[in-house]
Design a protein around this ligand. Sequence first.
Ligand SMILES: [Zn+2]
Length: 286
Amino acid sequence: MGQTIVLTGIVLSAIPVGEYDRRITLLTKERGKVAAFARGARRPGSQLMAAGSPFSFGQFEAYEGRSSYTVVKADISHYFQKLAADLDRAYFGFYFLEMADYYARENADEIHMLKLLYRSLQALESQKFDCRLVRRVFELKAMAINGEGPNVFSCLECGSEQGLQWFRVESGGTLCASCGGRAGGAPGKTNGRGTFELGESVLYAMQFILSARIEKLYSFALTEPVLESLGQILDVYMGHYLDRKFHALEVLKENEGFAASVINYPRKSNQQLQSKPGKGIISKVL
Ligand SMILES: [Zn+2]
């Protein structure tokens, strides 16, 4: 065994191995996604117990082996305990972990993905945000970080930045009113071929999410119709560009009714809502 290195990151997944051990996947600042072995992590009282739990964030001291690391010490600074205690929020969290796992690569620079994941889990845990909003922000930003985000700042055909009225999934972005019309777009939600009519608020929300720094991402809320319409677009977009079904998302879908009722979304009274550029964007909810 050589020298140990210290990795800063979060446990994405953990599976039991043997009688007392766990094999874990970490998303780290230093080495991207790494597979690691936590010997004795399931032994009661083990120092590595927390290292064997998804959502554990901190510093992991490890030996580098041929195909995997062996964690010898874990200094966990955040467990996201409140998240783990709330099943519905936890599943949104598991979904984020799965998506981070899907995108992250070994020895790649995953610092933005790690930051996005951490901030998004914090937002979920804080209970200040609708889980569905946190989900959409995470999805769109994660795709953008990994080079699969849409272009929503100009028309894909003529380059105009004005009158962006359509979103065409297979082209990966927005079209202006005239180009979208020519492309067969029809008024209404969709023309049935992956072209959506974009409301001003949905466009603004997407532009904000794609351009905002990760630290500033969770600073707004959306009205129900805007959130729904953003969700519809992202569902089709992700279906088109991602080749993975996420287990946690399947569980969330099975728990029908999670969409509105289960979520403890703090409803604000009208005077607390301040309409900003798009009518459906509510700024300063916090
Ligand atoms: Zn155009």
